[in-house]
Design a binder for this molecule. Structure first.
Ligand SMILES: Cc1cc2nc3c(=O)[nH]c(=O)nc-3n(C[C@H](O)[C@H](O)[C@H](O)COP(=O)(O)OP(=O)(O)OC[C@H]3O[C@@H](n4cnc5c(N)ncnc54)[C@H](O)[C@@H]3O)c2cc1C
Length: 388
């Protein structure tokens, strides 16, 4: 049974099937992997889920997905959160795939979507640059037409998963002096093995190689690799960002954090403090509220409706809910929290500090919390731009 819904007999059977399969197949050493620790294990897990038919419950059947009901999607998410599993690179499956379905040519759909599903090709996102993050339209990586190719020069940063990925969907400037700043940008699908590309990994506080700097020097990219129209990349970029905010706000991490909090606070005895239990309850209520909002957002997307500014609200609500729980995790871990990464509970490792550090990212990726608040203030609440 999920928090919002009593499983029907068919859903109970599906949940049991998923749970049994996951318990038998999740590699024990990667329980609740929060980031890529071993790219090969990650790819292998992706393949295994694909072979089982569960890698893309959210994709329509016509593109090879499971075409799952909302309840089946929730069941898979909840069971994965319960059991864990290796990290799966999300960019192709959860953001780019939908943009290819929407903007891709028939050839792109035929050639690219099956490999995203099978995990044969993994994708990373090339938006941010050293001088262009929140103000993405100021990006300077340029692509100049030359015969059948574009020649790309520039630099991307914070590209999640790039050291482990095969390709990048990158925003590049194709028109140097456009009338409007958001015009003159295109989306290119780039093979990272192309000569002239250097990927320099960046290690995070949790010790993972999550990000990288990707440098392009005279990189030739075929013109057929453009996604959407020439100079029409901003529209594609925003489509991707909506799906990124939807996917990144999934309550999966909240559920892992809540479960870790429950076990850790019992193990350390912190749960016996009534004031602490009050805070746990309050944090739990925020998670439930966030889950309800996320569920509604998924319903809207499934019905073909735009998320609009709801994506910004959901991203902030999701980050707040996750922060509340992970703050309590550090409290429950006590003085050990900062000095020791892992706590053992019945032979299982709990990682309060890892979850805490991971949760702090939530206010930055996919557009920072300040930028989302600006969007809400101006476009939902109608504040004038001059209030900033
Ligand atoms: C976990 C994670 C994964 C990421 N993955 C990717 C990826 O795969 N690909 C990719 O391209 N990028 C990725 N990013 C980068 C991310 O998109 C940028 O970090 C983000 O857009 C902010 O840009 P910036 O870091 O340049 O900060 P800046 O834009 O320099 O902002 C610095 C600070 O100023 C604030 N600020 C800026 N402008 C305003 C304003 N107008 N009003 C109020 N406050 C403002 C910001 O909120 C922020 O706090 C990732 C980031 C994280 C944390």
């Amino acid at each position: 049974m999920s928090l919002f819904h009593r499983d029907t007999p068919e859903e109970t059977a599906f949940r049991t099937e998923v749970r049994t399969w996951l318990e038998a197949n999740v590699p024990a050493e990667t329980l609740h992997e929060l980031d890529v620790t071993n790219p090969e294990v990650s790819r292998e897990w992706h393949r295994k889920l694909w072979q089982r038919g569960w890698i893309a419950p959210h994709w329509p059947r016509e593109f090879g997905g499971m075409g799952a009901t909302l309840e089946q999607q929730v069941i898979l998410m909840e069971e994965l959160a319960r059991v864990g599993g290796p990290y799966v690179q999300p960019s192709g499956l959860n953001f780019l795939g939908f943009a290819i379905m929407e903007f891709g040519t028939e050839e792109q759909k035929r050639d690219l979507l099956p490999d995203i599903l099978s995990g044969d090709t993994t994708w990373c996102q090339g938006y941010s640059e050293p001088e262009a993050g929140s103000d993405l339209a100021s990006l300077r990586t340029r692509a100049v037409e030359d015969g059948d190719d574009f020649v790309v020069n520039g630099q991307k940063i914070w590209s999640s998963g790039a050291p482990h990925c095969d390709r990048m969907f990158a925003l590049v400037r194709t028109e140097p002096d456009p009338k409007a700043r958001h015009a003159g940008i295109s989306m290119l699908l780039i093979d990272l093995a192309t000569p002239g590309i250097t990927v320099t990994p960046i290690q995070t506080l949790t010790g993972h190689v999550h990000f990288s700097i990707v440098t392009f020097i005279d990189v030739r990219v075929p013109k057929t690799s453009i996604l959407g129209k020439l100079h029409g990349g901003w529209k594609v970029a925003n489509h991707v960002l909506t799906f990124e905010r939807l996917s990144g706000s999934s309550p999966r991490h909240d559920l892992i954090a809540i479960d870790t909090l429950r076990r850790l606070s019992e193990a350390t005895g912190r749960v016996s403090d009534p004031a602490f239990r009050d805070r746990m309850a309050s944090a739990g209520i925020d998670v439930v509220a966030h889950m309800a909002m996320h569920r509604r957002a998924v319903e809207r997307v499934k019905a073909g409706q735009s998320l609009g500014f709801m994506a910004s609200v959901m991203k902030i609500a999701g980050a707040n809910a996750l922060h509340n729980v992970t703050d309590l995790l550090l409290d429950a871990a006590g003085s050990d929290a900062a000095s020791s990464f892992k706590h053992t509970d019945n032979g299982q490792e709990l990682d309060p500090l890892g979850l805490f550090l991971l949760s702090r990212r939530a206010t930055i990726w996919g557009g920072s919390a300040e930028i989302q608040r600006n969007i809400i203030a101006e476009r939902i609440l109608g504040f004038p731009r001059s209030w900033r």
